[in-house]
Ligand binder design. Structure first.
Ligand code: GAL
Length: 332
């Protein structure tokens, strides 16, 4: 009896820490944190520090105060079990929006030069005299000395003078940090962050397609960029293009999944590369939005079929990730 209890405990511990056993990820299912609460990291991004992953995203908890917009941070060693760290940003209406104020798609970068964590976010709303809710179209920046500390809001700006709504983050294999932003009416722009990461300083390219939800990965010498159509909270067929260099030329855009599935009702937010001892897996991170119950919006994370200029999102099923070897196995 005692032995069984110990065995169960050990298996439990290994499962939680993810030391040896592959961990299951359930696309579209309720995803609870260590407290048993719905993970609130919508429109999010993930960074890795040492062997720990940090997931930041919109905290749309039902009981958040209506005046604040919040960002939460979770940590994990295996990408399956997430520990709540902190509600790292609780921002009041600092820009004095008259209505429709939004803080969306927060992304955190670690700057090794300044040793600061820098959060980018889409900040929007209508100022007096403006008609639409999303007319501010700016990037907000907040910083912190600790990855999961309380971030201080610094400023908002239009990157390189352009409108910016959905943003996506990308750190290349050489450590250079970039942002993908949607500049309506022109298209996707990819721009390099300044040395201190507090602004964008160099535009790499403009891709003249009306896309948002930008997500980028560098895989086997090729850049793969995913975007979604401009359909608000409603899902649409997400598409991808490739290029040998960020400056382009970019290929034409193709579907990442059967178009009638509308990306299995999800929208891209990030591509996460897990390089293990045996192989490299690229994870599609998408949001399954529930606009009327945002707190219950779900996540669709799936390993992609990727290589030789092709990218495909397999039909969602539960899957296992071995964080050490990088191997992903989809359960059929
Ligand atoms: C989507 C966008 C979301 C949110 C939403 C509001 O297009 O990707 O982040 O802004 O519109 O309608």
């Amino acid at each position: 009896m005692k032995l069984t209890v110990y065995a169960a405990l050990i298996v439990g511990l290994l499962t939680i820490s993810g030391c040896t056993t592959p961990q299951s990820i359930h696309p579209g299912a309720v995803w609870l944190d260590n407290r048993g609460q719905l993970i609130q990291a919508h429109g999010g991004g993930v960074i890795k520090l040492g062997n720990t992953y940090y997931w930041f995203g919109e905290d749309r908890s039902r009981d958040n105060s209506r005046t604040n917009r919040c960002v939460s941070c979770y940590s994990s060693k295996n990408l399956a079990h997430w520990t709540f760290c902190n509600q790292v940003l609780k921002l009041g209406n600092v820009e004095n929006f008259q209505r429709g104020w939004a803080l969306e798609r927060p992304k955190v970068f670690y700057n090794p030069r300044t040793k600061k964590y820098v959060m980018y976010m889409h900040i929007d709303g209508a100022l007096p005299g403006q008609s639409g809710g999303y007319s501010f179209a700016r990037i907000g920046v907040a910083t912190c000395a600790k990855v999961d500390g309380d971030y201080q809001y610094l400023k908002s700006f239009r990157p390189l003078g352009h409108e910016s709504r959905d943003i996506g983050q990308f750190v290349d294999d050489d450590g250079t940090a970039y942002l993908i932003f949607e500049d309506r009416p022109f298209g996707f722009r990819i721009a390099q962050l300044s040395d201190d990461y507090l602004t964008l300083e160099k535009e790499m390219c403009l891709i003249p397609e009306h896309l948002e939800g930008g997500a980028l990965v560098h895989y086997n010498g090729l850049y793969y960029l995913i975007g979604s159509e401009l359909t608000g909270w409603n899902a649409n067929p997400n598409v991808y293009a490739t290029a040998k260099s960020l400056a382009g030329p970019w290929s034409e855009f193709k579907d990442i999944a059967p178009p009638e599935t509308k990306t299995y009702d999800s929208q891209s937010t990030m591509l996460l590369k897990v390089a293990g001892t045996k192989t490299t897996t690229v994870i599609f991170m998408g949001d399954i939005w529930k606009p009327r119950m945002q707190w219950d919006s779900r996540y669709l994370w799936m390993p992609l079929e990727i290589g030789d200029g092709k990218l495909w999102l397999p039909q969602p099923h539960d899957w296992m990730l071995n964080i050490k070897t990088g191997e992903a196995v989809i359960k059929q």
